[in-house]
Write a protein that binds this ligand. Sequence first.
Ligand code: FAD
Ligand code: NAP
Length: 353
Amino acid sequence: MSISLKDKHTFGCAVAAKEYWEMSSISEAIGALKQWSGVPYLILGGGSNLLFTQPEIPRVLAVRMLGLELLKETKSYVEIEVGAGVPWHPLVMQTLQSGWYGLENLALIPGLTGAGPMQNIGAYGVELRQFCIGVHVIHRQGLKPQFLDAKACNFGYRSSIFKTEAKDQFLISSVRFRLPKVGFHKPNTDYGAIRETLMSKDIDPDMANPLQVAEAVMYIRSSKLPDPNELGNAGSFFKNPIVPIDRVEPLQQRFPQMPVYPVSEGFAKLAAGWLIDQAGWKGKSLGSVGMHKNQALVLVNYGDASGKELWSFAQLVAQDVQEKFGVALEPEVNLWPAQSNEVPIYRLQEKQL
Ligand code: FAD
Ligand code: NAP
């Protein structure tokens, strides 16, 4: 009997899995991986970074391993191991309440801990890689549990080995963190929105404690981002493009107000949301699909849109940005099945939008 995935992913599309298994231990996971060796299946966390472009999926393995183990405690830090099925935001709050710091800027990110390393989740200037010291994985073919240290995970900007060289090779069963204790951590309050929110509450951004920063983050996110329980979305649909500086300079001459953030020698990050907004897509919709009115980077399912319609709309936006700015946008959201050029791009007249 097939299982509906409508409530198991945040775009809320009508999708069904022919087979659906939940795994709450490593031995259950190995059993499932063995049985499905050589056939396609999806590993599902909280479904907050997934777009299904087909209405039926053959097989789904939902990761539900729970638990938090304190491995080591020193005067200045703790090391903890967290099950891949632990919901992320409650974990952030639990660490902060325990006096273990660092994850405060990552508050209110939906999903489960096991997916965090996939794209090295990040927000407000902080990334998981700053505090993740490694992950326990099971190789999907070899079925051998192993530990990959942070270096082996090859974390990058919204990226890791799990999205690149080792795509679809591993199931992440737990994640290990080293978190600093009080007196050994200074929260990052560099982002303008965090500074402004703290100051509006009479808190000096340079003196704010991690809990105050988490509260500021939660306040900003709740006031700006659509709640997936009310409006289907998967957060930022596209990654911010990292482009060579020689490509940025001509753009800056044409658009002097364009935000540009240097990231490394010779490269800069552009704000995909700004490009989409300038191209005129912020708040625009077609049928049940659109880019959100407060956040141009968020693709929204306003009702009964299919994954295929959402993907077609996203391609249209990316194509337009490419034509207007010469910048390629790459989806941050994971597509199932993997991206294909077979999905037709809507040919829209400007007046339809
Ligand atoms: P899923 O969507 O279930 O899976 C994502 C991918 O990881 C899929 O390819 C899946 O197959 C794979 N996967 C999941 N679990 C495992 C596992 N245990 N082992 C192997 N593969 C696995 N992201 C950010 O980085 N920063 C943000 O600030 C942010 N804000 C968001 C705000 C909103 C409103 C929403 C809806 C999303 C946001 N996201 C953000 C995206 C998303 O929440 C994160 O990427 C999150 O880590 C995804 O977790 P998940 O459990 O829902 O993963
Ligand atoms: P914002 O503050 O309006 O900023 C727009 C973009 O500019 C962001 O994408 C951010 O890049 C970049 N930026 C802003 N200030 C910066 C600084 N001081 N240094 C470097 N880059 C800067 O962004 P927002 O949309 O409201 O999101 C706020 C934060 O939450 C961002 O970090 C964003 O990544 C994160 N977020 C992520 C998702 C997701 O699904 N991935 C969804 C919602 C929010 P970065 O994105 O690289 O930080």
